[in-house]
Design a protein around this ligand. Structure first.
Ligand code: NAD
Length: 469
């Protein structure tokens, strides 16, 4: 099998050879899945729950080995531990919820009284998952878990940038043979992903808008559903009556956590002019306290930029902002520390709407702050975006906060807090505009993405009046 050299984000050196599955390799990995899926489905939900709970236990036992691989993938420690723990928690949560959510056996009378309807469903046989580099483990399993519970087999193609975790995950998976029969991991870049899409019956994709668009076209051609979770440029609005200290603290966290490498990172703030100076001072004070996790990986909040490609995007957005007259309140550079590329925690002001850092997804520890004259102007500027993932509003008048939230074109709005969708998974939401397509993975409803509804329609014994005499 061919392989590709992968860079370590902390050293900038390649230290990992990633096996690349070609088309034939993907087909070979898929073949047993299709055969085994029938048994997996017919074994029933209780069996599938037991198998997934065994996986949760095996993940807990192999926790450290997986964390170690994720640390090498991403150059960060606490987030890597959190990824494993959240994944285990997600498995247990879905296992508890699935019996109620997948109970579709109810009978009901049709409008025509002698007809009875019984609802049933059949899962998609084979679900493909293609995931990005910012949360390698979690975003590979977050859709796979409900799909498996629903009765599908799953093939996962994680990002080539961060696939070191696949080895210890596969070892863990092998401890639960019932599950390794219906869940496969294949590694490689875009061409491996293309081979996956050609074979599966449904696709869950998390990644950039540009790739999402390409994949959606292929899925449309194949008439298979594509659930796309894409990029964002999440706005926050700080109203004149917002709690300024709270807003500064929340937005410092919401924009800088994971070095800004989260889809629901707050990437622009619109602050009312009457509180702008105070807010900016508090924000800068908080951001300046943050430091890089270098040289000691266990200290500091800001890790390296994980993807080499992203380094270029961040650098060019910063340069564009500087060239067009942005004021750097703190940070402002991508620095090389021991071979890794780290973005200094940055706050920008004096911005114009044509700057890349205001318009395009940055995915880094950079927060542009724009002063506005009114909440109407803030809403209009926040909505002037091709993205609509999530947003935040700060106002101490709750009625006002909800009224602003109502006007924002995004699927989830945190009120008097930031990026709550990262933590709260039970809220039903969707991604608006180019931030996604199809039902979202958030909320209980999301498990139904993996089933096809069926109806058994029975005549209870009355000769139908519409039959020919
Ligand atoms: P990306 O689009 O470059 O890659 C994502 C995945 O697609 C990778 O596994 C990659 O190998 C694969 N891929 C690339 N080209 C392909 C092709 N032609 N055919 C099939 N597969 C292909 O995205 P990325 O840079 O890895 O991730 C960052 C992006 O992900 C950001 O835009 C971020 O906002 C987004 N994201 C969104 C969410 C969400 O829930 N909405 C969550 C996390 C990340």
């Amino acid at each position: 099998m061919e392989s590709m050299a992968i860079l370590n984000p902390r050293t900038g050196k390649s230290d990992f050879d990633l096996p690349v599955f070609d088309h034939d390799g993907v087909c070979a990995a898929l073949l047993p899945l299709r055969n085994n899926q029938k048994t997996w489905w017919e074994a029933g939900l209780a069996y599938r729950i037991d198998s997934l709970l065994l996986l949760a236990d095996a993940l807990a036992e192999n926790r450290q080995a997986i964390i170690d691989a994720l640390v090498n993938d991403t150059g960060r420690v606490s987030e890597s531990a959190l990824e494993v723990d959240v994944t285990i928690g997600t498995i247990r949560r879905w296992c508890a919820q699935a019996p109620d959510l997948l109970d579709a056996q109810g009978k009901k009378k049709a409008e025509i009284p002698f007809i009875e309807i019984q609802q049933s469903y059949l899962p998609y046989s084979l679900v493909g998952v293609i995931s990005p580099w910012n949360f390698p483990l979690l975003l590979s399993l977050v859709d796979a878990i409900p799909a498996l519970l629903a009765g599908s087999a799953v093939i996962i193609k994680p990002s080539e940038v961060t696939s070191r975790f696949v080895q210890p995950l596969q070892t863990t998976l092998n401890e639960v043979p019932a599950l390794s029969a219906v869940l496969a991991l294949v590694t490689g870049a875009g061409s491996t992903g293309q081979a996956v899409i050609q074979q599966v019956d449904s696709l869950c994709f998390t990644g950039s808008v540009a790739t999402g668009r390409k994949l959606a076209e292929v899925c449309a051609g194949r008439f298979i559903p594509a659930f796309l979770e894409l990029g964002g440029k999440d706005p926050a609005i700080v109203c004149a009556d917002g709690d300024i200290e709270l807003a500064a603290k929340a937005l410092c966290w919401g924009s800088m956590v994971n070095a800004g490498q989260s889809c629901m990172s707050l990437e622009r703030v619109y602050v009312h002019q009457s509180v702008a100076n105070k807010f900016i001072a508090k924000l800068v004070e908080s951001v300046q306290k943050l430091s890089h996790n270098y040289p000691d990986i266990k200290r500091g909040e800001i890790g390296p930029i994980i993807s080499e490609k992203q380094v270029q995007i961040v650098k060019s957005q910063l340069q564009d902002a500087k060239d067009k007259g942005a004021k750097i309140m703190c940070g402002g550079e991508v620095v090389n520390l021991g071979g890794g590329q780290y973005c200094q925690p940055t706050v920008l002001t004096n911005l114009t709407e044509d700057m890349l850092v205001v318009k395009e997804e940055t995915f880094s520890a950079i927060l542009p702050v724009i002063t506005v004259e009114s909440d109407e102007q803030a809403v209009s500027m926040a909505n002037d975006s091709e993205y609509g993932l999530s947003a935040a509003v700060f106002s101490q008048d709750l009625e006002h906060a909800y009224s602003i939230a109502n006007q924002l074109e995004a699927g989830a709005i945190s009120i008097n807090d930031a990026s709550l969708t990262a933590l709260i998974h039970e809220a039903e939401k969707q991604s608006f505009k180019y931030s996604g397509l199809g039902g979202s993975r958030m909320g209980e409803e999301s498990i139904r993405r993996f089933i096809r509804k069926k109806a058994f329609i029975r005549n209870t014994g009355v000769p139908s009046p519409w039959w020919f005499d």
